[in-house]
Write a protein that binds this ligand. Structure first.
Ligand code: NAD
Length: 481
């Protein structure tokens, strides 16, 4: 069975403790590879390697850093099919989705920051003829990057690329649930000629590897994407050490669908924003509020199209939904469906596991699930489920739906469907979220600030925001006379 290895100081190495964790294929429920069960000792080695590489990498001309990163991007593109298959096997997502979204986006992340760094300038502030201030922006040193399982390579590279583009060296940890493409990335970085120690990838559990990165005194910056509870734990450890923190956390995103929307576009996109990647995208809309006059029509179309979505083998191009990521996660999702029923909800479609045949019989499949009849403040509507489960509810006024939309502890994204321009802009200003999509979903320009408010996170990724985060500003003031 394939044993993955850590990537430390430019080499693939076994974990110091020589222990491994089973890696499951969610589509079959079978173990198919082994992941290093690394610990603090491996993080220490990775940090030493990153520290040693930093002085040279931080002064390597940005054109050279850019050239190597462009090479990594090209290699990701060249290996598209292999990486897409690996992502699908590791995560359970349809291979078509990995081929269309995850892997091209990972290549774009490298490409985007390889070029962004060439245009990254710092500010100056002239005090007329008295003095001149200018801001120096220097890389911070060793950056700790910790990422989740839902968009494995996509989110892993979204952190690593700006970190190394701006001259930092990195100790990174992918999710132990989906380590495969991070491992393949280490091979591609070696092939691209990334100098040793610039990127180090340590595999293993959060409570061992993630926690060792968070508390390591030589890692002054942590970029984390994952659950809100984990984010709070990281902040608890890192804040008293005065580390720079970027936390991209959970969501419970509302869809606000008004009667004057383009009905077909709203319907089609809402199916996607509900069930893409089995609902396991932090940006999925899981609370769907529909204006009363179109509620019944929308509901009946939405339910009938959701019922028609095929759930099955992720490698089969007719499967719209693959497997959810793990047995534990499947059980969590099913327990939320049970909770919704206990809270008085009616399951309009789905609500159960989907049993497959043959080699997929032990896989983790859940039918797209739509629930109605729940108040906006019940647990089902307040807590993140992170699966193919949405609730629908009618509303009568803009004021009412705004109250529902803003009623959770989260504030990542909101989706508004209306052809009324004034209302769209008004709501965009009033919704408590870091991102508002109007008449679309998941349309992304990598230059825009990305992140959430309230318990959805602290800080922003994307564009120059990330380059600001991964550099430390220093003001220099020169007296002119
Ligand atoms: P998670 O918090 O369980 O794990 C995320 C990462 O943190 C993993 O690599 C894990 O091993 C590590 N980790 C766990 N405990 C740790 C600790 N004590 N110290 C340091 N690291 C630790 O999240 P998950 O289940 O992998 O991902 C799903 C969550 O991620 C959802 O809540 C989802 O909304 C969120 N998410 C947010 C965004 C965003 O951009 N805001 C994007 C994707 C996913």
């Amino acid at each position: 069975m394939q044993k993955l290895q850590n990537y430390i100081n430019g080499e693939l190495v076994a974990p110091v403790g020589e222990q491994y964790i089973d890696n499951y294929n969610p589509a079959t429920g079978k173990v198919y590879s082994l992941i290093p069960d690394s610990d603090e000792r491996d993080v220490n080695l990775a940090t030493e390697a990153a520290k040693a590489a930093f002085p040279k990498w931080s002064v390597t001309p940005k054109e050279e850093r850019s050239r190597i990163m462009l090479k990594v991007s090209e290699l990701i593109e060249k290996n598209l099919e292999r990486l897409a298959l690996a992502e699908s096997t590791d995560n359970g997502k349809p291979v078509a989705l990995a081929r269309m979204v995850d892997i091209p986006r990972a290549a774009s992340n490298f490409h985007f920051y390889a070029t962004a760094i060439l245009h990254f300038a710092s500010e100056s502030h002239a005090m007329e003829d008295t003095a001149l201030n200018y801001t120096l922006r220097s890389p911070v040193g060793v950056a700790g990057c910790i990422s989740p399982w839902n968009l494995p390579l996509y989110l892993f590279t979204w952190k690593i690329a700006p970190a190394i583009a701006s001259g930092n060296c990195v100790v990174a940890k992918p999710s132990e649930i989906t380590p495969m493409t991070a491992y393949l990335l280490s091979e591609l970085c070696m092939e691209a000629g990334l100098p040793k120690g610039v990127l180090n990838i340590v595999h293993g559990y959060g409570h061992k590897v993630g926690s060792a990165i968070t508390k390591h005194p030589a890692i002054p910056l942590i970029s984390f994407t994952g659950g809100t509870k984990t984010g709070a734990e990281i902040a608890r450890v890192a804040a008293p050490m005065f580390k720079k923190l970027s936390l991209e956390l959970g969501g419970k995103n509302p869809n606000l669908i008004f009667a004057d929307c383009n009905f077909e576009n709203a319907l089609k996109t809402t199916l996607n924003s509900s069930f893409a990647n089995q609902g396991q995208i932090c940006l999925c809309g899981s609370r769907i509020f529909i204006e009363k006059s179109i509620y019944e029509k929308f509901k009946s179309e939405f339910v009938s199209r959701a019922k028609a979505m095929k759930v099955g083998n992720p490698a089969d191009s007719s499967s719209k939904l693959g497997a959810v990521v793990s047995k534990a996660h499947m059980e969590k999702i099913l327990s939320y469906i049970q909770l919704a029923e206990e809270e008085g909800g009616t399951v309009l479609c789905g609500g159960h596991q989907v049993k497959q045949e043959g080699e997929f019989a032990e896989g983790y499949y859940i039918a797209p699930t739509i629930i109605e009849g729940l108040p906006h403040d019940c647990r089902t509507n307040q807590e993140e489920i992170f699966g193919p489960v949405v609730t629908i509810a009618p509303f009568e006024s803009e004021e009412e739906v705004l109250k529902y939309a803003n009623s959770t502890q989260y504030g990542l994204a909101s989706i508004v469907w209306t052809e009324n321009l004034t209302r769209a802009h008004r709501l965009a200003g009033l919704l408590h979220s870091g991102i508002v999509w109007i008449n679309c979903w998941l349309l992304r320009d990598l230059r825009t600030p990305f992140g959430g408010v309230k318990n959805s996170g602290v800080g922003r990724e994307g564009g120059f925001e990330a380059l600001h985060f991964f550099t430390e500003p220093k003001n220099v003031c020169i007296k002119l006379k």
